[in-house]
Ligand binder design. Sequence first.
Ligand code: SF4
Length: 220
Amino acid sequence: MIERERIDKIIHLLRKHTAVMAEPAALAIVKTFGRDPFLILISCMLSLRTQDKVSLPASLRLFARAKTPQAMAELPLHTLEKLIYPVGFYKNKAKYIHLTCKKLLTQFAGIVPHTREELMSLPGVGRKTANLVLGEGFGIPAICVDTHVHRISNRLSIVATKTPEETEKALMKLLPEKYWIEYNKLLVMWGQNVCLPVSPLCSQCVLLPICPQMGVTRHR
Ligand code: SF4
């Protein structure tokens, strides 16, 4: 099977077998509130280094109190901290959310920008978050490479990379653009349910016949 066909097959199988799985936090936010780039941005900031089962309820608590940069900037910092607790690094995240809201109000007329450079100029916003907002918030093709995308792309031998940045560059060359936005969603769900970080469930994985299990030393 040539590589392009293998990638098509991987995407096809993932689409089919993730249909029953819970969607990643950012997409749950889209389902609840519509395609609002601001809410996607904030929920992504909250989800960094935090499991969805903790970050999603925190996003919902926060959005029940404030859904715009103006309203969020007006929340006292300690209230913001309390609302998002116990997400990882909640004090830093509360501070960055405040700063980001203020910058959006003063430099972007309260509107989330739609270029990677401008998004990454916001406090606490890195490439991963910027790419997710571009894709899910604006429908602009971008590959959001988080820990699941980096790990599974390497195990599947779609890429052979050491860092998420290298993975993004390699994927941009290999993946047809039509897959860029949904690739994150599919691999996050697969990574949370099947291709687990420490001991992946290879014996139950539909990708096993076309996966070289690169770097996998222990599996079930
Ligand atoms: S076969 Fe194993 S390593 Fe390959 S994608 Fe499936 S769970 Fe991951």
